[in-house]
Design a protein. Structure first.
Length: 460
């Protein structure tokens, strides 16, 4: 395959040409209640070519290497046509060509595990949740795995072969009491690992079912303005969704209003606040050495010591904004061109133990897990999966229906305590943007404390 790709690139007359080929093995098992909803296994080979001519992109996809030269010529012709019809010409920031082969060593390669064994494991977790109580009226359980061999080559001399494993598990339970009290809880995981990562998770299945039951007895939160402590998951989702997307350079470079707000050097929080887009973290979901343009991943500070530092870039956005590529050009599959996407977006480690964080709170909220939300530029709304009262410096009764709302910039300034207990998490879902979903990512945070946070709930 290497010789065929290099030969095709040599014959291309484009200013720049790039080939990405993906060979993928994947399986999926899903239960809804006692019903086996999905049981499938598949393999696929496909690729995408991009050509740049006169500042215009041309793109074509293929499913056979026999089509490679024809698709490169097709993309070149499209690029030539596009270049005469656009006012803003594309340039690419320079990167050093890379020659590398990245292989993984898995304890239990999912490709060597039968679909029947995967189904049996998930059924056992699902049965455990259903058997917890007759109040557990339904469940959702899902297992997925994917193993990709990705080849990235360019006319500038890059040639990379990288293996990319991905395995996920989601265990969710629904509890009901009476006619109107229905509560949901779930545990969700994802790793760049083998099948061994999802084995031995019976305790997590029990936790999901028991939390759904506990939420039946939890009291609805009283809406108001609180000092709130966010756990690792909710704080991680918050920084990813409410702030991370704003710092993706393809978005900000085309938004003059946001550029005025997000000026590097502006103070955004306490000196202890560091928001990081981590580079390569082996074993964590979505973590691979190179992005889908073949650029090595680098650690990027979005906020450092409370001050905005910079943004996430592809080669194109880096050239447009006079920055360095950061290795953030990603695509969910060969059917899509790479766009600027997050990888591992975290609030970095602080110094405050959890007990110290809550000890001077007379009446606050400890909000845990994330159960959906939305953002609109700097405004956000997130629901926590569950929460607890903080009363006189102690964690108290469980709460439900906790919805956090606010302005991201004001909220960052109101973070006044950052914990010493950073956790980085890979869930079973993924990030969506530009029609590309779900892209594997990780997020994380220590516990963080936020003053004057608006919590929606039932009126007092």
């Amino acid at each position: 395959m290497r010789d065929r790709i290099l030969r095709a690139l040599e014959h291309s007359d484009a200013d720049y040409a790039e080939v990405r080929v993906e060979r993928e093995w994947r399986t999926r098992v899903a239960y809804q209640g006692r019903d086996l909803e999905n049981l499938e296994a598949s393999t696929e080979l496909g690729g995408i070519v991009r050509c740049l001519v006169g500042g215009g992109w041309g793109i074509a996809v293929f499913n056979s290497l026999d089509e490679l030269e024809a698709r490169l010529e097709e993309a070149r012709r499209i690029a030539e046509l596009v270049s005469g019809r656009i006012s803003e010409k594309v340039e690419l920031a320079p990167v050093e060509p890379v020659q590398d082969e990245v292989r993984v060593s898995l304890q239990k390669d999912p490709r060597s595990v039968s679909l029947q064994e995967k189904q049996a494991l998930l059924q056992a977790y699902n049965d455990l949740m259903l058997g917890t109580s007759d109040k557990i009226v339904s469940t959702r359980a899902r297992y997925t795995d994917s193993f990709k061999e990705v080849t990235i080559a360019s006319s500038q001399g890059t040639f990379i072969v990288e293996e990319r494993p991905d395995v996920t598990l989601m265990l969710g339970a629904m509890a009901r009491e009476g006619d109107g009290n229905v509560q949901l809880a779930s545990e969700s995981f994802g790793w760049a690992a083998g099948f061994e990562a999802v084995e031995g998770k019976q305790e997590k299945a029990s936790i999901a079912a028991q939390r759904a039951l506990d939420l039946l007895q939890a009291k609805p939160v009283t809406g108001g303005v609180y000092t709130a402590v966010l756990d690792h998951i909710l704080a991680g989702v918050f920084i990813h969704e409410a702030f991370g997307h704003l710092c993706e350079a393809d978005f900000i470079s085309k938004n003059p209003t946001l550029q005025e707000v997000l000026k590097p050097g502006r103070k955004f929080g306490v000196d202890e606040l560091n928001v990081v887009e981590e580079g390569y973290l082996p074993g964590l979901r979505g973590n691979f050495k190179y992005d889908d343009e073949g650029t090595p991943r680098t650690k990027t500070y979005l906020i450092r010591n409370g001050i905005l530092q910079g943004f996430m870039h592809s080669r194109e956005t880096a050239a447009r904004m006079g920055a360095e590529p950061t290795g953030n050009a990603r695509a969910i599959s060969y059917r899509h061109e790479p766009i600027v996407r997050m990888r591992n977006t975290i609030i970095d480690q602080g110094t405050v133990p959890f007990d110290e964080m809550i000890e001077d709170i007379d009446h606050g909220i400890y909000a845990c897990d994330a159960f959906g939300g939305q953002t609109e530029l700097e405004q956000f709304t997130f629901s926590s999966g569950y929460a607890y009262e903080i009363v006189n410096g102690k964690v108290g009764e469980m709460l439900r229906d906790v919805v956090l709302t606010g302005n991201i910039f004001e909220t960052l300034k109101n973070i006044d305590r950052i914990g010493n207990d950073l956790k980085i998490i890979g869930g079973s879902g993924g990030c969506g943007k530009g029609g590309q979903y779900p892209l594997p990512v990780t997020f994380g945070s220590p516990h963080v404390r936020i003053r004057n946070l608006t919590i929606g709930g039932r009126a007092a």
